[in-house]
Design a protein around this ligand. Sequence first.
Ligand SMILES: [Zn+2]
Length: 296
Amino acid sequence: MGPPNLRHISGNTYIIPAPVIMGLYVRDNRAVLIDSGNDKEAGRQVLRILNEQGWTLELIINTHSNADHIGGNQFLQKRTNCRIAATRLEAAFIQDPVLEPAFLYGGFPFRDLQNKFLMAKPSTVTDIIPSSGDVLETGLEAHPIPGHFFEMIGISTPDGVLFLADCLFPESIISKYHIFYLYDLRAHFQTLDAVSAMHADWYIPSHAKPTQDINRLLDINRDKINEILETVEDCCRALSFDEILAKLCERYSIDLNAEQYVLVGSTLKSYLSFLRNEGRVECLYGQGRLLWKALR
Ligand SMILES: [Zn+2]
């Protein structure tokens, strides 16, 4: 039996179920890590496990660039000199993490936004990888699952394990927080369809329990997004972004702070963009404001 923080899934595939699940794929005592967790502490935990097992870290594959998935990168790269692989757009955020709070806020991020939850420590991406196909010489395969973030990827291992990053959130998070971060709803809906057509023995979303049946989780996620779309559409009564945000926070009992403001706010903008592109709302400009108005 391994140490309590390492869980065997199948064949050469393991997970470290820290707050954000990390994956490990090990061949000949050489390990590939899938995401690096929240912060330096997560990195430290990974290194301890690797040392206990006598494994060397060769490569980190980052599924996407959110701070809670790349937080251990810098620590691990400094200690082990490992390579880091990511898709091109995600690599930009990994190497220059100020892009995350700057993007979420839509301008220079004020100091409350420059914290470890939104801005990881920088690390060097040594390998830009395509979002589909074989990942370097690892035996792992990348699958495009954009939507939650720009060029997010899933990773499958030859052991029938599919790491799904943040394309699905568990029921517990959805029923508590309702609104989870989304960048591109159209891409996300396509991703959910694509995932339902993928076959694996184990599905591992980063924030949910590993599961052998993904269909229920897909339905829960899809239904919630459609519910929020209707809620946002109902709020569009020639109101400004801030007024719609206030209604949404009231509807879902969301308490704002700096992080929630940019995360929920940015997600709301993505919902509004989707509704606009679907022809369900229009934009009215006047008196120094942009007002969103439903068309039905
Ligand atoms: Zn994420």
